[in-house]
Design a protein around this ligand. Structure first.
Ligand SMILES: [Zn+2]
Ligand SMILES: [Zn+2]
Length: 149
């Protein structure tokens, strides 16, 4: 696994403390999807001068480089996650956690009704209730195990 610094250099991006800190946050906790504000909140203790605008700009640069993905949620907010490997998502309607998943059989998918359209990527979101929430629901009288979104 590349470090944040190596990854930034490999994309010929200029290495700034902000870029390194933002990317390191995602690399340290792969599989997480955060809003820009949540990213900033996590970095503020070590980077009190980190502005909101800089956070957004940095995230967007990584999206443009294909390092981060941008997920539009139903409530209109944007979430960012690592996108080093192509993946799809499972969204838990209960804890509202986004899980990275790989899926089989997608090669069989065909578009109906559109001809001569070029498909460049496919993003699929499976929706339902995750295993943690199902376990919580089956044992309502117990303290639910701490699983953080
Ligand atoms: Zn859940
Ligand atoms: Zn993801």
């Amino acid at each position: 696994m590349l470090t944040a610094e190596e990854l930034i250099r490999s994309r010929r991006m200029r290495l700034t403390p902000q870029r390194r800190a933002v990317l390191a946050l995602f690399l340290d906790q792969p599989g997480k999807h955060w809003s820009a504000d949540h990213v900033r909140d996590q970095l503020l203790p070590s980077m009190p001068e980190l502005a909101r605008g800089t956070t957004y700009k940095t995230l967007n640069e990584f999206v443009r480089q294909g390092i981060l993905e941008e997920l539009a949620t139903v409530d209109g907010s944007l979430l960012y996650g690592l996108r080093l490997e192509p993946h799809h998502h499972f969204f838990c309607e209960s804890c509202r956690n986004w899980y990275d998943v790989t899926a089989r059989g997608l090669e069989q998918l065909r578009l109906d009704g559109l001809t001569n359209h070029l498909v460049e990527s496919v993003d699929i979101t499976f929706r339902g209730v995750c295993a943690h929430c199902q376990a919580d629901q089956k044992a309502p009288h117990q303290t639910p195990p701490a699983h953080t979104p």
